[in-house]
Ligand binder design. Structure first.
Ligand SMILES: [Fe+2]
Ligand SMILES: [Fe+2]
Length: 162
C-alpha cells in the first residue's frame, strides 16, 4: 500500500529515510512505534488531501513530522496522569516542530500542521492541517483500542477449560 504509492513515496522518502527520523522506530506510541503511526497518518491524510485537490505534499511532510519527538511519554497510574497527559498534549507538537526544523526545511503550512495537530491545543489554519489533526485522532482511537485489547489479554490468568 503506502510504500507502493510512488507519489506518496517521492515526497515521503527523504524524510522517512533520514537517519534521525529512523530513530522514532524505537519509540513506542499507542500500539506501535511513532514511526509506524506517523507514516500511517501521513498516508491517510495524503489520500484525503489528494482527493480534494489540496496541497498533498505539505500534508505528507507535516503529517510525517507531527510527532517527531524523540522521547517516550511515560504514563504513571496516578493522579498525575491527567496533568502529565495535558502537558504532553500541549508540549509535544512544539518539540516535534523544533526537532523537525533542525533537519528539514519546512514551509508555514507544514509548521502549522505540526504545531496544531493536537487541536484544541493549537489551531489548524488550513484544510490540510485540519485533515492531519482529524486523521491523527481517528487512527489513535484504533491504536488505543488494539493496545487495550492486548493489555487485557495479557492480564487474563492462564486458564484452559477441558
Ligand atoms: Fe501527536
Ligand atoms: Fe500522532
Amino acid at each position: 500500500m503506502m510504500y507502493f504509492d510512488y507519489r506518496f513515496m517521492e515526497v515521503a522518502r527523504p524524510i522517512i529515510e533520514h537517519e534521525q527520523y529512523q530513530e522514532i522506530r524505537k519509540i513506542k506510541h499507542h500500539d506501535e512505534s511513532v514511526y509506524d503511526h506517523s507514516v500511517k497518518v501521513a498516508f491517510y491524510a495524503y489520500q484525503l488531501a489528494y482527493k480534494h485537490g489540496l496541497d498533498w505534499k505539505s500534508t505528507i511532510r507535516g503529517a510525517l513530522l507531527h510527532d517527531f519527538f524523540l522521547y517516550k511519554f511515560k504514563k504513571s497510574f496516578s493522579l498525575r496522569i491527567i496533568t502529565d497527559s495535558i502537558k504532553h498534549a500541549i508540549v509535544h507538537p512544539l518539540i516535534a516542530f523544533d526537532n523537525a526544523s533542525k533537519y528539514f526545511d519546512l514551509n508555514e503550512k507544514e509548521e502549522n500542521i505540526i504545531k496544531a495537530h493536537m487541536f484544541p491545543f493549537g489551531f489548524p489554519k488550513s484544510k490540510e492541517a485540519w485533515i492531519v489533526s482529524y486523521v491523527d485522532k481517528y487512527i489513535a482511537i484504533f491504536e488505543y483500542a488494539s493496545n487495550f485489547k492486548k493489555m487485557a489479554a495479557r492480564k487474563q490468568p492462564a486458564y484452559t477449560a477441558e
